[in-house]
Design a protein around this ligand. Structure first.
Ligand code: HPA
Length: 275
């Protein structure tokens, strides 16, 4: 008999605990080019390849390490790099680390990504807090048997992104004079970037941003009852009239430039938590 998902989550969490990972105040998933956003003091670092059940992808610009350490004296867990759907992993595999992190009971999770800005008010390098999402991947991380001990069969998504956490993040950004927006993120499967017609369609559908990640992880985090902050860095303008040929290198470069500002917001949020 195949083991229940919750058993595999427990096995993976037990492995991490044996290696010294404790309960974090916050957990942060860093995406493409954002690896440098946050550094940990007194940290331990474990490659995904060593953690039971974790997928191990291989895209340039993505580290694949779980780290646990201190930020401003608070315990923080960082997933440095994600595996994407377009690499061929199932969405259940892509989101398994989120299940494991959830079981360590952080107060909240921040899920970051690099995204194309569809909203014409956005500029490259801007930070956008997600208010909602559109799952345009053609798949859902919760397809398949539901393990009721992890969450309900039909989870509510009416408040996927925690409003209070977002307000706190906005206030940290404002205090640091960092320009931010609120927006709706549309997730596509990739790996192709959008055609002009696809961008027009996404804009009409109400999307402010487009990317190839985040939504599966958010769905699984919310399924498990986590408070989620979604945060995008705009790496290119997916605006039809100005669409220029886009490369992964351009996306990474823009994300790397914005990473310190994303990191400052995360650090400010963590600092606001009681120890
Ligand atoms: N489209 C899809 N994914 C992306 C983009 C984009 O323009 N930029 C960064 N990730």
């Amino acid at each position: 008999m195949t083991p229940l998902l919750s058993d595999r989550v427990r096995e993976s969490a037990a492995f991490l605990q044996e290696r010294g990972v404790g309960q974090p105040v916050a957990a942060v998933l860093l995406g493409s080019g954002l690896s440098g956003a946050i550094g940990l003091d007194d940290g331990l670092s474990i490659p995904y390849a060593e953690i039971p059940g974790f997928p191990d992808g291989n895209v340039a610009g993505h580290d694949h390490r779980l780290e646990f350490g201190q930020v401003k004296g608070r315990a923080v867990l960082v997933l440095r790099g994600r595996v994407h759907y377009y690499e061929g992993a199932s969405l259940a595999e892509v989101t398994f680390p989120i299940r494991v992190i959830r079981s360590l009971e952080p107060r909240w999770m921040a899920i970051l990504n690099a995204a194309g800005g569809i909203n014409p008010d956005y500029g490259v390098g801007d930070i956008v807090f997600l208010s909602d999402h559109i799952n345009w991947m053609g798949d859902n991380a919760l397809v398949g048997p539901n393990d009721d001990s992890l969450g309900p069969r039909f989870p509510d998504m009416s408040n996927a992104y925690d409003a209070e956490l977002r307000r706190r993040a906005e206030s940290v950004a404002e205090d640091a004079s960092i320009r931010t927006h609120r927006g709706v993120y549309a997730a596509v499967a990739g790996p192709t970037y959008e055609t002009p017609a696809e961008i027009r369609m996404l804009r009409l559908a109400g999307a402010d941003l487009v990317g190839m990640s985040t939504v599966p992880e958010v769905i699984v985090a919310v399924h498990g009852g986590s408070k989620v902050l979604g945060m995008s860095v705009v790496t290119d303008l997916a605006v039809t009239e100005e669409l220029e040929p886009l490369s992964h290198g351009m996306v990474l470069g823009a994300a790397e430039k914005a990473a310190p500002r994303a990191g400052a917001i995360l650090e400010g949020l963590v600092e606001g938590e009681e120890e």
